[in-house]
Structures are given as C-alpha cells and as structure tokens.
Design a protein around this ligand. Structure first.
Ligand code: BTN
Length: 324
C-alpha cells in the first residue's frame, strides 16, 4: 500500500495526528510525512490543516473506498472475483478496456476516488474530483453477443434508478438512453464500451458516475444542470455501502439481461421515463427533430412521434431535451 494511502487511512477520521506518530506508524521520516502531505494537498486537492504541537488533520473526515468492505457488503456473491479501488486513475473505463484483450476474461469491477480523465458520452469529460462521488466500471464477459446493446445500457439505467428508489430517492427518472435525472438535473451518467466479435465472445465495460457530494470548485467545471445524492437524502451515507449496493444491482441487471434481454426491463424503464408523452427535441448530428416522446420499443430504441408518425431512433449521437 502506498504511503499516501496509508497516510489517508489514518487522517480520514478528521482528527489531529502528530507528524512524529504518523512517521513512526508508517516507518518513514517526519520529512517524508510532510512531503506526502503536500502531495495529498496538491494532487487530490485535499484541505489539510497543520498546527504546531498538534500535527495534521483533514478539514473534513472521509470514508475511503475499500475493496474488502465493498465485497463484504455485496448482496450478490460469487459473481465478481475482483474488485479494485484506486486513489487516482485516468478513467476506470479506460483501465478495464485495456483488460478486455486478456485471455482469461473475468468479471471485474474498479472504483476510483478520483479520475484525471473521466470519460462521458459523446466525447465529453466527466468531472471526477477526489473522495466525494462514486466512479466505477464493471467488465462483464458475455457468452454471446447481446441481442441489442442499446437495450443493455437501458437495463443498467433501470438497475441504478431502482437502487436509488430503494434508498428513498423516488424522484430519480430516466432520460433516454440512460441518463439519470432528478427534476431535470443530472445525478448519474452511464457509459457503455464494447469489445468483441459479432458472433463470438463479447465483453462490455459499464462505467457509472454518480454525484454524491460535489466540491464547489469542481462543480464549476460541470457544463450542465446537475444534482448530488447527498442533497436528496437525510440519511447518513456510507460510501462503501453505496458502492456495494450500486455494484450489486448492476451485476444483477447484467446477469438478467444476458439471460432474458431487455424484456424484463422495458416496463420498468417506461415507468421511470422522465419525458414520456412530452414534447422533445432530438438532435441527430446537424438535424433537429421535434416530436412527442412515446417511450421505447422492444430493442430499446427511442420512439418519437412527429407529424402523426412514430419513428424509431437507435443509439448514436442523439441529444434529447425538452422542447419549449
Ligand atoms: C455520461 O456522459 O453521462 C456518462 C458518464 C460516465 C462517467 C463514468 S465515471 C466511471 C466511468 N469511467 C469513466 O471514465 N467514465 C465512466
């Protein structure tokens, strides 16, 4: 374990710890402690108070994500042999996409406290500051090509919204294909990446970003209306518990989709469609289509009624927004 991780594990309680004690617990010099405190401040933008005679303390206590704690709290056992946690990574999706080429492909999940190049849909970036939110990806090998990949991303959206409902957040709704919004503000984004042959074994990486508690300075970088989980609930949050609950539900959804496709999810998706029967604008490259959203079909394609006709739209560069 890195000195920075060990140091954080001691400081995460938010209490003062003397440089001397930190140095002896970690088996390094006090100068090394000071150097690593500076790295924690600059790399992760952590606010650490230093007081002569008292030592160092984090301005706010945090619960670091921990692989063993997450595995222990999973409600679905024996599906995922590997759960990794990183303090910092470029992107959890990118990390797992590099693994899809390995010979013995296994189900694998990765969480990070910070992403330095978090990826969003349509080539956007996903703002991923340290320690507040959830960023995770799941690599899942399919025995055969999923019948419809759009459908798969919708199923993952349903899994996340249902988990939010179980936690008392009833106002979370789905925007096609898989954004999760609360009163028009984005709470969660899902990014699916695929690798494989059209008829052979197939692996997908499902990436999920959920705003839990967003630091103000990071929030300024977000270019769309957003909301954070913490503002929607009075219940104290354990990040490891949340991580395990969302991961469990995503794994269940992947298993269910592999077995039965979109069918068991379609009605559940429609019940949570935030634009059902509303006037919307669909951007298809340069083209803009205004119509009434009529939900999704059996494959997960968007149904849009325009000039009395219902058309289907599949995944692609499609942006959906309410029309005035
Ligand atoms: C979106 O644009 O709505 C999708 C955002 C997906 C963000 C998550 S965070 C974890 C995973 N790793 C990434 O780089 N992106 C996804």
């Amino acid at each position: 374990m890195s000195v920075q991780r060990q140091l954080l594990e001691i400081l995460m309680d938010g209490n003062f710890h003397s440089g001397e004690k930190l140095a002896s617990s970690l088996g390094v010099t006090r100068a090394a402690i000071w150097k690593n405190i500076k790295i924690l401040e600059s790399k992760y933008e952590l606010d650490i108070h230093a007081l002569t005679g008292k030592g160092y303390r984090l301005s706010q206590s945090i619960e670091l994500l921990d692989s063993e704690a997450i595995i222990d709290k999973l409600t679905i056992k024996n599906v995922i042999p590997e759960v990794e946690t990183f303090l910092s990574i470029d992107s959890t999706n990118r990390y797992l996409m590099k693994k899809v080429l390995s010979a013995d492909l296994q189900c694998h999940a990765v969480f990070a406290e910070q992403q330095t190049s978090g990826r969003g849909r349509h080539g956007r970036s996903w703002v991923s500051p340290f320690g507040g939110n959830l960023y995770f990806s799941v690599l899942y090998p399919f025995q055969r090509t999923p019948r419809d990949v759009t459908g798969l991303s919708l199923a993952v959206g349903v899994a996340i919204v249902e988990q939010l409902e179980q936690q008392g957040i009833e106002s979370a709704k789905l925007k096609w294909p898989n954004d999760i919004l609360v009163n028009g503000r984005k709470l969660c984004g899902i990014l699916l990446e695929l690798h494989g042959e059209s008829h052979g074994p197939f692996a997908i990486v499902v990436g999920v970003g959920i705003n839990i508690s967003m630091p103000e300075n990071a929030a300024r970088e977000i270019d769309q209306p957003w909301v954070a989980y913490q503002s929607l609930t009075q219940t104290p949050i354990s990040r490891n518990q949340l991580a395990a609950s969302f991961l469990s539900n995503v794994l269940l959804a992947l298993q269910e989709f592999e077995r039965d496709g979109l069918a068991p999810f379609r009605e559940r998706w429609l019940q949570r469609d935030c634009y059902m029967n509303s006037k919307v604008k669909l951007q298809l490259g340069d083209r803009e289509i205004t119509g009434i959203a009529r939900g999704i079909d059996q494959q997960g394609a968007l149904l849009l009624e325009s000039q009395g006709q219902v058309q289907r739209y599949y995944s692609g560069e499609i942006h959906l927004r309410p029309a005035k």
